[in-house]
Design a protein around this ligand. Structure first.
Ligand SMILES: Cc1ncc(C[n+]2csc(CCOP(=O)(O)OP(=O)(O)O)c2C)c(N)n1
Ligand SMILES: [Mg+2]
Length: 598
């Protein structure tokens, strides 16, 4: 539907439509973001698209609060039976209604048919009542009637303080015919499969076309669209003129708006950020966020009901959360809805003009993976803040202790996007200072999503003299390392300081060692081979320590070494006890390395 409508506006030609789903065509099976062609987001995983729209509507409100009527956009979205059923629709429906997003109009293609059954086989809920309960204006119409659609859109535009859901009761496969020329309407079989053979021929004939030459725009349709194009030309010209007048009257604001939409890395006084030595990296992140809140005017931070734990409150304390009538703040209290929050953040990013970040506990990144994948595919520079990064969550026990999550998310560093770059930057800083550097990299990364994996517990700073600027190389040798080491010790996050403690014991035995902090293997492997060789020479003996699965470090440690990691779920106990029980101590580092060198 999207391609065919865009073809009527000249964004695709008939040849491109005929290449639907074929290699190299601009018409892949599910539309992939291509703004110049009118595809504003990649779609396919049900439920995410309309949530991107909620994010875009929030971004528009945020910008309107700063620039006024010139940013007075309405966001139009589509949803289907499948989208309404997806759990994420609960989150986006709630938030859009709660924030009274009257700049959001969503059309629900309610055809009572889904992929493998009719909808009444799986649901009997009253969708209108559900959305009304979330503070949506709901208008139910015959969705195949253009006049009814026009009237509903007018009503939606006039609605204040509520998003609008237009429930269009439609007929699936309207006009479709089977091989025997009987009706093929309202039939699951028409969802995705080509009609084929005589069904296809009969359908084209029934719709007034010629099966021998089906890729044709009927003259009356072409005329209708040409007329509308003319109207749009003058509407757009008026908009541009109004914008130019506004820019003339408000040169500073106009410049600011231009800067926001350029999407470049913002200017931040990174050197001015003073970290408290020995902080938890989540607390160090709060320190950075406090600076970003005052220095980056178009940053929006969200948290899924954990702002005081994930320490996004560092940002929140300098601003205020969005409310129904007030988007002058820059914080989204997303409530407990991690996937929704992630998709809203992506939608903000797709809208443009803003820099979104969102936060929760690392273990709940599991709830966000489908969105992270879409952010990576669409190359959206959303910042994902994940705190409570390992078993040192402690007393909360195994449900809250990420073990395999780091390995999972680091797979995205290995997966290339369509530009051939790592599809995501994943950083797990080793101390407070490295956290500042990690945030700097995150803000400077304007072409892919970034993950910041942060600790709950305090971490001793790396040895004095460590050149933190080298964080940008993904892995680097920290201060106090020996040249020509007998063994190289490598880790990320708080395990680096455990290595430092273990190294002290090893040095007493005369062992020479080098310690490598590796916040991002993906970034490290993007450096030239020469640099990589200076940090971890190919023939070196290497010991890796990770509070996640050993696979986190196997790529860095190689065949010549050994990784000590966690190979089970965690346990509930104070984290110092867990460190002892699970072997994350200086003594165990000593024992493991001695065994490796023996
Ligand atoms: C997350 C997710 N799960 C499953 C699918 C597979 N799928 C594609 S469309 C669809 C349902 C189709 O029904 P509906 O949304 O009503 O669309 P219609 O067939 O009416 O056009 C399903 C299950 C998907 N694309 N995304
Ligand atoms: Mg349907």
């Amino acid at each position: 539907m999207l391609y065919s409508v865009l073809a009527l506006t000249g964004k695709y030609n008939m040849n491109e439509l005929s290449q639907f789903r074929q290699w190299g065509s601009p018409t892949p099976g599910h539309p992939e973001v291509d703004v110049m062609r009118g595809v504003e987001n990649t779609s396919g995983p049900l439920g995410q698209g309309h949530t991107f729209a909620v994010g875009a509507a929030i971004a528009a409100k945020f910008l309107k609060a700063r620039f006024g009527e010139v940013m007075n956009q309405t966001i139009y979205a589509y949803i289907s039976d499948g989208g309404v059923q997806e759990e994420i629709s609960q989150g986006s429906g709630r938030i859009a209604g709660h924030l009274g997003l009257d700049n959001l109009v969503m059309f629900y293609d309610s055809n009572d048919i889904q992929l493998s059954t009719e909808t009444d086989a799986v649901t009997s809920e009253d969708v209108a009542k559900k959305y009304e309960a979330w503070n949506w204006k709901v208008i139910t119409i015959n969705g195949n009637d253009p006049d009814a659609i026009r009237a509903a859109l007018k009503e939606a535009k006039a609605t204040e303080k509520q998003p609008t859901l237009i429930i269009g009761k439609t007929i699936m496969g309207k006009g479709a015919r089977k091989a025997d020329n009987s009706s093929f309407e309202s039939n699951c079989a028409t969802h995705g499969a080509p009609l084929g053979g005589d069904a296809y021929k009969n359908t084209i004939i029934n719709l007034g076309g010629n099966p021998e030459n089906p890729f044709v725009i009927f003259p009356e349709v072409a005329e209708l669209y040409a007329k509308r194009a003319k109207e749009l030309e003058s509407i757009v010209a008026d908009k541009y003129a109004a914008k130019a007048n506004w820019a003339k009257a408000n040169p500073e604001l106009a410049l600011k708006m231009e800067t926001f939409f350029q999407g470049n890395a913002p200017a931040v006084d990174w050197n001015g950020i003073a970290q408290k030595a020995g902080s938890a990296t989540r607390a160090a992140s709060a320190t950075v966020l406090a600076a970003l809140a005052t220095q980056v005017e178009n940053m929006i931070v969200a948290s899924a009901d954990l702002s005081n734990s994930d320490k996004t409150d560092g940002f929140l304390k300098k601003t205020h959360a969005f409310t129904k009538d007030d988007f002058s703040g820059a914080f989204l209290q997303a409530g407990v809805s991690e996937l929704t929050m992630a998709c809203i953040s992506i939608g903000m990013s797709l809208h443009g003009g803003v820099i979104p970040a969102c936060a929760t506990f690392f273990v709940f990144s599991d709830y966000m993976k489908p969105a992270v994948r879409m952010a990576a595919l669409m190359e959206q520079p959303v910042k994902f803040i994940w705190t409570h990064d390992a078993f040192r969550v402690g007393e909360d026990g195994p449900t809250h202790e990420p073990v395999e999550q780091e390995a999972q998310i680091r797979l995205m560093e290995k997966l290339k996007n369509h530009k051939g770059h790592n599809s995501m930057l994943v950083l797990r800083p080793a101390d407070a200072e490295e956290t500042t550097q990690a945030w700097k990299l995150a803000m400077e990364n304007t072409s892919t999503p970034t993950a910041l994996i942060l600790s709950r517990q305090n971490i001793a700073n790396l040895p004095a003299g460590t050149d933190y600027a080298q964080t940008s190389k993904g892995a680097y040798v920290i201060a106090g390392s020996d040249s020509n080491p007998d063994v190289i010790l490598v880790a990320s996050g708080s395990e680096v300081s455990t290595l430092v403690a273990g190294a002290e014991l090893l040095r007493k035995d005369g062992i020479k060692l080098s310690i490598v902090s590796a916040p991002s293997e993906g970034l490290f492997r993007a450096q030239d081979k020469e640099y990589q060789e200076t940090v971890i020479p190919a023939n070196a003996k290497v010991f890796g320590l990770t509070a996640g699965l050993p696979v986190n470090l196997q790529g860095l440690v190689g065949a010549n070494g050994k990784v000590f990691g966690l190979e089970s779920f965690g346990f509930s106990a104070p984290y110092e006890v867990l460190d002892e029980k699970l072997g994350f101590t200086a003594e165990n580092v000593y024992n493991q390395v001695k065994a490796l060198l023996a």
